[in-house]
Design a protein around this ligand. Sequence first.
Ligand code: FES
Length: 71
Amino acid sequence: MYVCICNSVTDKAIHKAVAGGVRTFAELQAKTAVSTCCGQCTSCAKQVLADALSAQPLVQTISWMPQLTAA
Ligand code: FES
């Protein structure tokens, strides 16, 4: 499904970006350009990002947290 019509960003593209390491909305915007034009897709894009992040394995989610990996 298209999430962002302006930039042709799909839910699959957002899930792929998260699988590739994206963890924040700003990172998602930098990677896909989602929600960088009219902004009408922002709430939907944030929801798809949240869903994609929650679907990530716990170990992968924890590994990007610097306070847990530094030492
Ligand atoms: S629909 Fe995403 S910026 Fe317009």
